[in-house]
Design a protein around this ligand. Structure first.
Ligand code: CA
Length: 227
């Protein structure tokens, strides 16, 4: 099951609750924020796959939040869908300087919104990565197509989980510290987000079935892949 993370940023409580409800129902893990500042903090903390970002927010507005997310290395790969009542201005926002991935105008149909969210996530996850194929016993990692097969079955990994697995596999037998993983997988240049690594490792393991134990915890240091 997909447990991609969505951060919803909206200051109107009714809309926030509605979005949260529909996204959870669709199987997403949902975080919320009601101001721009909290949104930036939450994005750094939870590293969502995508942010649903209201344009009109008190204080720091949606455009500033989007610019900030896309500028910072640690959050620049997060997808952004702008929510707005001002549809006519959005072509510029999406296409040009801000780098939002899509926009949805209010009022929106929940079904349409979920489709747009899924489309953006698909696009983000389809980004090509170099490299090839790794296979042992029943675990197969296809770097080019971003596929992971566990005993012949396709396993859905988020883009981050896939990168994490690739990094571990590429460094088979070597202990990688949480900071190294943050650096190489997330692109963070500083420590302090080690729980992010642990959370993703946990989720990755849960998707590897009988091969979960190949991702070994090295107490006090980090992780090592061995098959
Ligand atoms: Ca608003």
């Amino acid at each position: 099951m997909s447990q991609e993370k969505i951060l919803v940023v909206e200051d109107e409580e009714d809309i926030l609750n509605l979005l949260e409800y529909h996204l959870r129902t669709a199987g997403f893990q949902v975080f919320t924020a009601t101001t721009g500042l909290d949104a930036v903090k939450a994005a750094g903390k939870h590293h969502p796959d995508l942010v649903l970002l209201d344009l009109m927010l008190p204080g720091m507005d949606g455009l500033e939040v989007c610019r900030e997310l896309k500028r910072e290395r640690q959050t620049s790969d997060i997808g952004v869908i702008m929510l707005t009542a001002r549809g006519e201005e959005m072509d510029r926002v999406v296409g040009l300087e801000l780098g939002a991935d899509d926009y949805v105008t209010k009022p929106f149909s929940p079904r349409e919104l979920i489709l747009r969210v899924k489309a953006v996530l698909r696009r983000l996850h389809a980004e090509p990565e170099p490299l090839s194929l790794w296979e042992r016993d029943g675990l197969r990692v296809e770097e080019e197509s971003h596929r992971v097969l566990v005993d012949g079955r396709d396993t859905e990994l988020t883009a981050t989980e896939f990168k994490l697995l690739s990094e571990l596999v590429r460094n088979e037998g070597k202990v990688l510290s949480r900071d190294q993983l943050l650096n190489n997988v997330w692109g963070y240049q500083f420590s302090g987000y080690s729980r992010t690594v642990d959370t993703h490792i946990r989720r990755l393991r849960s998707k590897l079935g009988p091969y979960a134990a190949w991702v070994e915890t090295i107490r006090g240091v980090g992780y090592r892949f061995h098959s």
